[in-house]
Design a protein around this ligand. Sequence first.
Ligand code: UD1
Length: 387
Amino acid sequence: MNHTEIKLMSIAGARPNFMKLASIAHAVHTHNASASGQTVSIKHVIVHTGQHYDEKMSHQFFDDLGIPKPDINLEVGSGTHACQTAEIMKRFEPVLLQESPDALLVVGDVNSTIACTLVAAKIDYGLSGRRRPVIIHVEAGLRSFDHGMPEEVNRILTDRISDMLFITEESGLINLQNEGVAPGKIHFSGNVMIDTLCRHLVKAKNSNIKNRLGITGSYGLVTLHRPSNVDSPDALRSLLECLAGISQRLRLIFPVHPRTRGKIQEFGLLPLLDVAPGLQLAEPLGYLDFLHLTSNATLVLTDSGGIQEETTYLNVPCITLRENTERPVTVTVGSNYLIGVEPGRIIETVEKILSGQGKQSRIPELWDGKAGERIVRDILVHGFGLA
Ligand code: UD1
């Protein structure tokens, strides 16, 4: 019996990547342990770019999610978009040449995603028969149509130069078709982030985060980190004042992203929070603690992308503090309210939910915990012609 080994390199850089990588790592492990893994095995090499580096933004997720330790860490750290992207590219190129994987898998839309994809698209291994890796983009096709968002630029460019595009929802298929992507490149896999959620829900139930934060009774959960919401003093002040108002009605728990914490300090907005005892700030939380809080929240107020999907799966009302979403299925099928940042509308939506008139979500197609398995199978079959 002939044995074939495919070398797959996966990239993770920032917090929202780790949940997606966890699903892929688990699916690879499951494949290798199965009967078909006897004939075609996958050697999985994990590269962490170091875009996120704080214990609470990075390492804790590897522990919580049981992801194997990265084989390589590029340790790039923070910087402007250009500096961060360029630094990742500079440090990644020699690693890619050295390892020469058969396939490179990137997830999501962060700077690490586009930086590594761009390197891989132009690399030349100098090997006979294989110049570069097959490039695989997981969570492809999402579009906010807002080119002012750095992530939108990253998404469009990454999709353009990837070979296999795995989509999470039907809008991804429509967007890619409209952009002229060959149908054979597009694969509807479902949602790897939901795989990880399904696998950790029971463990998350046992988290004692509510005790640690002194939470009793009902509460809302808040996250904010988008540049459009936190990088201008006026926008951030308006949102914090609105949250302070809501917190008189419903206690709010707000684990603060380092970027947002920095801006609150820089703009001198701390006094606003001192007079709002119902608005409780916390450090960024690990995956299991955050999932515990999301599952039990009365509602969530957020500008995150992934949280719109997690709340949809969990049927928890989500108020998205943005003008657009690249994940429209969370609005059409899920429990997401896309309402922007106007305080009157935010308060009105909170009141609607608190009065029991919130919408019920259904679970989108193929968000069934098996996306990672489908992706691994499709990579072998369609990427390498292997069964
Ligand atoms: C990045 C992603 C965004 C994702 C978010 C999740 C891009 C363009 N943006 O935004 O899509 O939703 O991650 O968090 O890739 N910082 C720390 N410690 C860390 C990481 C960051 O203190 O471990 C601080 C630094 O001051 C840094 C700032 O946060 O300058 C922003 O970090 P950066 O990686 O540039 O972008 P995010 O806002 O985290």
